[in-house]
Design a protein around this ligand. Structure first.
Ligand code: PLP
Length: 281
């Protein structure tokens, strides 16, 4: 298995970081997760654009020009001979240097690797449970930063309660999920939190908004409360690996009749078509 680094494509075993590494010691870096359907990258440019936005926001230089990075990722995919459903993980940190909070004068560390990843077909069909959790994160969640402790803690709580996702809220206003964006449908209107600085601007989120308009839904990028969430006709979350995941129960209370909603289903089908997905859920 090969991975791409700032020094080119190398074997996984030959990547050995020194113990002083800014990603390890500070979470000082940014990352992306990119979907691959049957060997083809999905939303690749959108993810790479966001990577550059995240890196710029923390004053970190990406050790590739955009076009060169995209070309190298295609090369990596070829070298790994990826032909199935998979995902690519990519991260950049501020490099390896003696531990000090301020920026070191060293090159950044970059790596990208791929691994097989099947679509969550059964949850996509049946829907999932969610719980609510306080959004205790910082103000700049549009940066896809390696600092994920609040997200990890929220997801673990969800898992321990038998739920798939923790839906985060700040004083009763829903922001997003621990690793997803959150949508509700009420009276044929689709609501999601605006792409402000306090949520991640999901690549799937953007595609879903476009598909919803095409499907004749009214779209409002307006924040909603946990009460509105619980009283919605339909709820779903979106992410690169979860796609459009119906939420059928939140904190033990059913959404609608407790089955994935018809508009959610319509969006799922449009999404599969748009991404060229062959194995339908
Ligand atoms: N919000 C958070 C906090 C995330 O971690 C993610 C992705 O993992 C998303 C939203 C969804 O983003 P995307 O659709 O680009 O995968």
């Amino acid at each position: 298995d090969y991975l791409l680094t700032q020094d080119g494509i190398i074997t996984k075993e030959s990547l050995l970081y020194p113990f002083e590494e800014r990603g390890l010691q500070f979470g000082d870096g940014v990352y992306e997760v990119i979907r691959i359907y049957q060997g083809t990258f999905d939303l690749l440019e959108e993810h790479i654009d966001r990577l550059y936005r995240s890196a710029e926001a923390i004053r970190l230089e990406v050790p590739f020009a955009k076009d060169a990075l995209i070309a190298s990722l295609h090369q990596l995919s070829e070298k790994n001979d990826v032909q199935t459903d998979a995902k690519l993980y990519l991260q950049i940190t501020r490099g390896s240097a003696p531990r000090e909070h301020s920026f070191p004068d060293v090159p950044s560390n970059f790596y990208a690797y791929m691994e097989p990843s099947e679509r969550p077909v059964s949850p996509l069909q049946q829907g999932v449970r969610a719980v609510l959790a306080d959004d205790i994160r910082w103000d700049l969640c549009y940066i896809k930063s390696l600092n994920l402790l609040p997200n990890i803690l929220a997801k673990q709580t969800a898992k321990e309660k038998g739920a798939f996702e923790a839906i985060l809220h700040k004083n009763g206003t829903v922001t997003e999920g621990s690793s997803s964006n959150v949508f509700i449908i009420k009276d044929k209107i689709l609501f999601t939190h605006p792409a402000a600085e306090n949520i991640l601007h999901g690549c799937v989120r953007s595609r879903v908004l476009a598909l919803a308009l095409k499907a004749g839904l009214q779209v409002k990028e307006t924040a909603f409360t946990t009460d509105q969430l619980l009283q919605a006709d339909e709820v779903f979350i979106t992410s690169t690996t979860s796609e459009i995941m119906p939420v059928i129960e939140i904190e033990g209370s059913l959404i609608g009749n407790g089955k994935p909603g018809s508009d959610t289903r319509t969006l799922q089908l449009a999404y599969e078509k748009e991404s060229g997905i062959q194995t339908t859920a």
